[in-house]
Write a protein that binds this ligand. Sequence first.
Ligand SMILES: [Zn+2]
Length: 281
Amino acid sequence: MTKIEIPLDTPDIEIENVEINKKGDIIITAKSTVKGTRCHKCGGQITKLHCHDREITLRHLSILGRQVYIRICPARYQCTHYSGNPTTTQKLQWYEPRSPHTIAYEEHVLRELVGSMVSDVCIKEDLGYEAVMGIVPRHIKTEVEWCKIERLDVIGIDEISLKKGHKDFVTVVTARTGGRIIILAVLNGRKKSTVKAFLGSFPKRLKKTILAVCSDLYEGYINAAKEAFGANVIIVVDRFHIAKLYRNGLDELRKEELSKEEYKKLKGAMWILRKEIEGLT
Ligand SMILES: [Zn+2]
């Protein structure tokens, strides 16, 4: 028998059991290898084990097409120096309390949402609409650990519509570098000023590593990028829209969602893409 080892990317745990249930899902039972936690009352480190909380089950990244769930009983520690001896549940760095998924899995779904219809992501991931939409607000953040990022290469600016009917949006800013997509931030709304403020906060060292900005046709994003990175920054119209154009034909899309000006711009982009394709074949 061949043994395959796949890193789970969930530090601080020891795997106790792995099984495949009737549905074909992989169920991993794990326990924490970290001792103690920070007391929520006094902030001190506490190591006196009080009990284990009820088991939680967290959806994790799929392995070989199978859904993966991690089961863990969080340890609860007791403070010995604060009156009433309050208890605090230990939380590990790869999940957030009140989320039914690991952080790695939620980031995966966010990446899937970029340039896809929510309904497609639901089918692909076997998740309900509410579950997918519940993930987005949990990831709204603008602080980036820049020191962990070496280069940015291609910046993606995309919108996700939170509700059917396209009224509530968040903006997802990603970096495509070294063969992977890093989520830099999820911004509330899709105002140009919000996006510009975030792009403007990039460290100088990393701004220099930007090769292009990839965005959809929303003009606010393109202008924000030009104002933050300079007018000469290379803007690439998102491949998702280009692919859609190829499927439905330019005229049909124009009727549906483009203003005249956008249509003109797009024709230019189409031409560039056609050249690219010609070059490839
Ligand atoms: Zn305490």
